[in-house]
Design a protein. Structure first.
Length: 362
């Protein structure tokens, strides 16, 4: 699997006359090499050459995580020695390179200073090629995402009875994260959002010490990670009876979510899907309160391409996975968001989520 992915990357590299691609710890390194690490104070990167040779520069403490069964040569250093001599050894092994490609979005100055010691003529951003390769998910990736979705949906069902008057948003968030861990989540891809009442008007209202009150809507936006792959769900629930205004907001968002999803198929543009949802909300007079794009790609990262937003003329193709999450946010009143994870199929779409979108009144 990883070897095949590197072959696809190498094909792009040859077209662009790139002699080596340098990947730092994160989603791209994992996607192409299987090595799952986070950036730290210890210098770490992988190099894929145009003849499909793979090299790792890693600290000694991480050597046992490197799987070379699918190819790869390890250069490692101890904490006491530092990476300088090992980097020199790697430079001699690589020889002179003409052009190297790096991840402009992910590389820190720390890694940049290190690779300046390599012998090369020019440097370019290889991010666009990588994003293009990662957008279409293979069956294995989709299966992992299904499991991540199962985790969030089961966890949501488990915590609903705990949402009561006087319970804090942080308590609800902690319970959600506990339930996801119990079901196999490796952590959370972003800070769990629990935004009740007036705080629901904050699209990124991370859980606070606010106590939940009767008659409020509660926006629950949270994610799981399963074998590196992310699920991202939002449901908005009510505690007791809510006002007609809030009910109307909820139904509009639900209508926008369903209208956009129904239109998903290969050949549609990201802009068009966004506008279908936006038109529903605009036509009801709430356009100024829908303040973000309709959705974002999802996979090894919680936010990746494709982005469903205005002016994005990217054409949808089979294998793309992304969220559809319209929202309405009215200051001092509250907010509503409903979010699903979608897969573009050969002739339409599949909603990876099955959790009800009818208003749940607790």
């Amino acid at each position: 699997m990883f070897q095949q992915r590197r072959e696809h990357l190498v094909s792009h590299m040859k077209q662009q006359q790139i002699d080596g691609a340098i990947l730092v710890p994160g989603a791209n390194m994992y996607y192409f090499t299987g090595l799952q690490l986070k950036q730290s104070e210890r210098l770490t990167f992988a190099i894929i050459t145009a003849n499909n040779q793979l090299y790792f520069l890693v600290p000694q403490v991480e050597v046992n995580k490197v799987d070379t069964s699918n190819g790869g040569t390890i250069f490692y250093y101890s904490d006491e020695e530092g990476p300088t001599q090992t980097l020199e050894q790697l430079t001699r092994e690589l020889g002179k390179l003409q052009t190297i490609g790096v991840e402009y979005d992910s590389m820190r100055v720390k890694e940049q200073r290190a690779i300046e010691k390599l012998t090369y003529q020019s440097i370019c951003d290889i991010g666009a090629s990588i994003r293009e390769l990662r957008m279409a998910k293979d069956p294995h990736e989709i299966q992992l995402m299904r499991q991540a979705v199962k985790i969030v949906e089961e966890s949501l069902e488990a915590i609903l009875p705990t949402i009561q008057v006087g319970v804090s948003e942080m308590d609800v968030a902690a319970q959600l994260e506990y339930e996801m861990r119990r079901r196999g989540s490796e952590g959370t891809p972003f800070g769990t959002i629990v935004a009740s009442g007036y705080r629901g008007a904050l699209p990124h209202g991370r859980a606070s010490t606010k106590k939940i009150e009767q008659g409020e809507l509660i926006v629950l936006d949270f994610g799981s990670i399963y074998q590196g792959y992310v699920a991202d769900i939002t449901r908005t629930v009510a505690l007791g009876d809510i006002s007609p205004t809030l009910k109307n907001m909820y139904q509009l968002v639900k209508q926008a979510n369903e209208a956009a999803i129904a239109a998903i198929k290969p050949g549609m543009t990201a802009h068009h899907i966004d506008m279908i949802a936006r038109d529903v909300i605009n036509n009801a007079g709430y356009g100024q309160y829908f303040t973000h794009r309709l959705g974002h790609g999802i996979g090894l990262s919680a936010h990746e391409e494709p982005y469903l937003m205005q002016q994005n003329e990217l054409v949808l193709t089979a294998g793309m996975t992304f969220t559809v999450e319209p929202g309405i946010y009215v200051k001092d009143i509250g907010g509503v968001r409903i979010e699903d994870n979608l897969l573009v199929t050969e002739d339409g779409y599949e909603n990876l989520m099955t959790y009800s979108k009818e208003l749940i009144i607790l």
